[in-house]
Each structure stands twice: as structure tokens, then as C-alpha cells.
Design a protein around this ligand. Sequence first.
Ligand code: SF4
Ligand code: SF4
Length: 216
Amino acid sequence: MEKKNSYWSDIAFATKSLTKGLALTFSHLLKSRKSRSKISIQEEGYFDHQSGIATVQYPFESIPVPDHGRYKLHNEIEDCIVCDKCVKVCPVNCIMIEPIRSAEEFGKTSDGTSKRIYAAKFDIDMGKCCFCGLCTTVCPTECLTMTKEYDFSTFDITDHNFPFGNMNPTEIEEKKKAWDEHQKNKMTAAPVVSNPTDQPTSAKPVFKPRIKPPQQ
Ligand code: SF4
Ligand code: SF4
């Protein structure tokens, strides 16, 4: 008798859970006719607008990214003073700079800072970058910034190395030569500094023994 009861209660339980599951599936099916709204997570009542469960049709449509997100880096090279701070602070060494010094100021950045170093090379390897944002916070001229570009996937990882330098090989060679020349001229024009310990013989202190020589 007990077995018979259990048989019917199992069927009732299975029917109930099947109905519940199908109801949930159908409710999702109905909701999926509506796509998620393309509003930024920073918008007021973001979650109230997320009744649709179908994702947005990326890349034909996309959700706006937050203003202070960390995405692809950009260096406005005309405003870069090649100070090397970003290189020093980067925890994964993904910024590579080749500086060439100039004998004189050759321009100013948009905020009026003097430019005295050329960037023969300014590469950022976004394949190594951990998006910590430290380089952007130390940059004195604010030329290094995070853009809103997040989709820069490639088939070849070496394509993640982004060069920002804008000098051609001839210019690089010229600037290097000019600096070497400047250094050479400086060396030849520099006055010969005498060793302060080298004093004329006459000025040398005369040693006078205080001990009397023994009497004969
Ligand atoms: S965001 Fe961080 S890891 Fe990326 S380049 Fe800047 S300092 Fe380096
Ligand atoms: S910290 Fe800024 S100004 Fe200095 S080298 Fe880096 S990008 Fe250029």
C-alpha cells in the first residue's frame, strides 16, 4: 500500500516540477523577444532597464563604456616631453622609449612645457599591459591617456605593439649627430680645471723639523 502511494506522489512531483520548469522557459522565451537596452552602467536606474535578456547585437551595436574605464592607451606624442616617468612606473615594462637629447629647446607642448628631448621611439605593447593606469597618473603633461577603445583584438600578438613616435630614420640620424656634435664641442670648449691639490712649488708648505739634531 505504501509503495502505491509513493508511486502516485512521485508522478505528482514530476508533473509539478516539469510544469514549473516549462513556465520558466516560456517566460524567458517571451522576454527574449526584447533586447537589452544600450545604456551605460553609469545611467540612473540601469538595472530597471535590463528586462530584455537577448544581448545587444555587437559589433553592430554596443553598450557605452564608463568614462573612467581603462582601455587602450594613447600618447599624444606632440605633447610628450620624453621624461621617462611612465617607463619607470610601469610594472610590466611595456613602454619602450628611445630618447635623443637636444642642445636647445625645440618646441613647447600644448600646456607650455619646454621640449628638449626627441622620441626616436615610443612604443606601448598593449599585449603586456595590465591596465593599471599608473603611467597616465604620473605623466606631467597628461599626454598619455586611456581611450575608450576596448576592442583591438588581432590574430598576431605582435600587432598589439603600438608605436607613437613620428620621426623618420633620417631625422633620427640627424638629431643623434647634432647631439654628439654638441657634446664634442662642449668637451673641447671646457676650461682645463687644475687639480686643487696641485699647488705651485713656492706655495708648498716648507717642512721645518722641530727636533734638534744631536750635538757632535
Ligand atoms: S597601464 Fe600600467 S601596465 Fe599598462 S602601460 Fe601603463 S603603467 Fe604599464
Ligand atoms: S610620462 Fe608622459 S611626458 Fe613623460 S615620457 Fe611618458 S608619456 Fe611622455
